[in-house]
Design a protein around this ligand. Structure first.
Ligand code: IVH
Length: 694
């Protein structure tokens, strides 16, 4: 086993232990043992380890999992005028029958109850207090009795009305609902976080909770949160003429809230007389939920008339008149029918488990990556094993664990791949990276993976050329190198199986469209080892033109703060190969054209921080990765250490040793707030700050 991974694991265990200990002293005994800054430092280290080595660590019992629950000491606390209740869960139709029977018994009536059935949003509950139609406060659920004041953050949520859309608003009313993250926004947020090496959110719910409970509402403002209203808190009865849940939905929609009422192509709510229709609706929604842009984890069945709700009342913090009819979890057992290794574009062999197909999260799952050989050994996954597979939202399915008790006899552990599956040449172990690689530079497997990378969305984005087509083109000898895509002719493609005029036309158009490409995308497309999307952006930003990049020496490359010796060497090595340079020339001849970057500052529109380098110390009001990205987008550059070349040290709370060093070197210091102002002023980039260091 790789010792560095083992060390990381030990460090992780120790951090978990320490933080638990300090948590107990802080939250339970109310006697903090260390300062907030010291605690923060430990916690950040924990999050950092988990973000980078998640697959090797046991995160389930980590204090990081607690973030997003409970009351943060930093938020002001307010009691809810009316407690925010929770819901009892049911999982089967039989339980729904029992629920309905119980209610009829309490009501002493055989008459069918009218229910209103709505989605159970998988987000975080929020209460909005409106006085005379104006939003005056927003509280999280907290412990149900006391919530946290997140008013400023709630104001930033685009679909929360700051004023109710009615000319005669009630003097006071509280609207409750759920703050959610759309699946696509969640994916995008995590992509951004992972690219920047930041903290990843486990699911859209955590992303919503984390974004709502930000101490700096500017961060919340940047997160695309949405609010769906579904309930009332406190209100004066005489002021509202709403007498049922179905009425409430109509009223909420009228006064400016988004609800589940109007949603196409199918209604997400249903008024039902008795429970007989609920089962069919539940089944329909259980299927349809995978097509929804947000996650729901069940339906909420509510007695429709408020009068009956009042009669039924509540027990133990949950209403008697409602229940959550949950959907089955997106987790299933299946068998591993095969484990094989796939060679990637950099030659790394990735193990893949083939599964007996299962439907999870609305899609069929037949394969799942096992990340690396280490992981197979750690989870002890063998061909023939029954495993538990999990898939939430759009996240890649993952084997959670082996159900060892179901393991058939004579099941053998997976053997180490000593030869490449594509070219059969011997593999080499890359101890630094837990990786096993194919060392054959001409391996057809690597070639094919490079071509797939080249066309991928974040690279050249040739969206009509998928993996299958690449395999066909490759085996026919039509595409062997990048430039071959730009040589493809209609008649070549028409010869392929199942390709008619229309699809061939689409393919050629998407290839044609890809010819206009930014420098960063182009560099990323080349598939140079260690050059990911973000590194490619830094490189493009530094050199600005393809010519400058192509003629860059290792020394030139090292001038980019984000490029270390390993990366510089890999790039130089790549550029040194005559066939690589020739490929680029060929592509340019065939019409590939480098266009200006869209998001990053360009020579034509330099960001206001252009020409300045920054380094951050201490805690900023926004995550560090987001701050770094912001600096880069405004034309600045990030340094990796305090040197004389540094233009500014950005100082947050509880700064570290960098501050002392910067002071010694006379580097100007700047606060995050000042920096933001600076970026708005065009002339600011040339002036130095006087903050704290005149
Ligand atoms: S009604 C008194 N309606 O589920 C009933 N809650 O398990 C409680 N939730 O904290 C609120 N969708 O965050 C209601 N359509 C919906 C809901 C919903 C999601 C959440 C809510 C609540 C939790 C209770």
């Amino acid at each position: 086993m790789n010792t560095s991974i083992e060390e990381i694991r030990q460090r992780h265990e120790l951090l978990k232990q320490k933080i638990r200990h300090y948590d107990y002293h802080y939250y339970v005994l109310d006697k903090p043992e260390i300062t907030d800054a010291e605690y923060d430092k430990l916690f950040r280290e924990l999050l950092h380890l988990e973000a980078n080595y998640q697959q090797y660590l046991n995160v389930a019992d980590s204090p990081s999992q607690k973030v997003g629950g409970g009351i943060l000491p930093a938020f002001a606390k307010f009691d809810h005028r009316k407690p925010m209740l929770s819901l009892n869960n049911i999982y089967t139709y039989q339980e729904l029958i029992e629920f309905d029977e119980r209610l009829k018994k309490i009501l002493k009536s055989d008459e069918e109850i009218i229910y209103f059935v709505e989605p159970k949003f998988d987000g975080v509950a929020l209460e909005l207090v409106y006085e005379n139609g104006q939003l005056v406060r927003a509280l999280t659920r907290g412990d149900g009795v006391t919530g946290e004041d997140v008013t400023e953050n709630a104001r930033k949520i685009k679909n929360i009305p700051l004023r109710l859309l009615t000319s005669s608003p009630p003097s006071l009313c509280e609207i409750r609902g759920e703050v959610i993250f759309y699946k696509k926004d969640f994916k995008r947020l995590n992509e951004l976080q992972s690219e920047l090496g930041g903290e990843l959110f486990a699911n859209p719910r955590n992303a919503a909770a984390g974004s709502l409970r930000q101490l700096d509402s500017r961060v919340t403002a940047k997160r695309p949160l949405r609010f769906f209203a579904y309930a009332l808190g406190f209100y004066h009865r005489e002021e509202l003429s709403v007498s049922s849940q179905s009425d409430l939905y109509k009223w909420l929609s009228q006064i400016g809230f988004q609800t589940a009422l109007f949603y196409s192509p199918i209604a997400l709510v249903k008024k039902c007389q008795g429970i007989s229709e609920i089962e069919a609706f539940w089944k329909q929604m259980n299927e349809f939920r995978h097509h929804l842009p947000f996650e729901i984890d069940g339906l909420v069945v509510k007695v429709d008339p408020f009068e009956l709700q009042e009669t039924l009342g509540e027990v133990a913090r949950a209403p008697r008149w409602a229940c959550a009819f949950k959907f089955p979890p997106e987790q299933q057992a299946t068998t591993v029918t095969n484990i094989f290794f796939q060679v990637g574009r950099t030659g790394v062999l990735t193990p893949v488990a083939q599964l007996k197909p299962i439907t999870l999260g609305g899609v069929t799952v037949s394969f799942t990556t096992l990340h690396n050989f280490e992981e197979i050994i750690r989870k002890d996954i063998r061909i023939g094993d029954t495993v538990l597979v999990h898939r939430a939202g759009d996240v890649i399915p993952e084997i959670i664990k082996v159900l060892v008790e179901l393991r058939p006899p004579h099941c053998q552990p997976v053997t180490y791949p000593s030869v490449c599956p594509a070219c059969q040449s011997p593999t080499v172990a890359d101890s630094e990276e837990v990786a096993i690689r194919c060392a054959n530079p001409n391996c057809p497997g690597i070639r094919m993976a490079q071509l797939k990378h080249f066309v991928s969305r974040k690279a050249m984005n040739i969206d009509k050329v998928g993996d299958k087509l690449i395999e066909e083109l490759f085996s026919q000898g039509l595409v062997r190198k990048f430039s071959d895509f730009y040589r493809l002719k209609e008649e070549d493609l028409l010869k392929l199986p199942r390709k008619g005029n229309k699809s061939v036309g689409n393919i050629l158009t998407s290839i044609q469209k890809s010819k206009k490409v930014t420098l960063s995308r182009f560099i990323y497309s080349l598939g140079i080892r260690y050059v990911g999307e973000v590194t490619a952006q830094h490189i493009a930003h530094h050199f600005m033109t393809l010519e400058q990049f192509l003629s860059a020496s290792e020394e030139d490359l090292l001038k980019i703060d984000e490029v270390g010796p390993k990366v510089a060497r890999a790039i130089r090595e790549w550029l040194r190969q005559p066939e690589n340079k020739k490929e680029i020339e060929e592509m340019l001849k065939l019409g590939v054209e480098i266009i200006p970057e869209q998001n990053l500052a360009t020579p034509e529109s330099p960001g206001h921080l252009s020409g300045l380098t920054f380094l951050i110390t201490g805690t900023l009001p926004i995550p560090r990765t987001a701050a770094e990205r912001w600096i880069i987008q405004n034309g600045g550059r990030m340094a990796t250490s305090v040197t004389k070349k540094l233009s500014f040290l950005v100082v947050g709370d509880a700064p570290g040793s960098k501050l002392e060093k910067a002071k010694k070197l006379g580097i100007p210091l700047i606060s995050w707030e000042e920096l933001q102002k600076k970026a708005q002023k065009p002339e600011a980039s040339s002036e130095k700050s006087s903050y704290n260091n005149p």
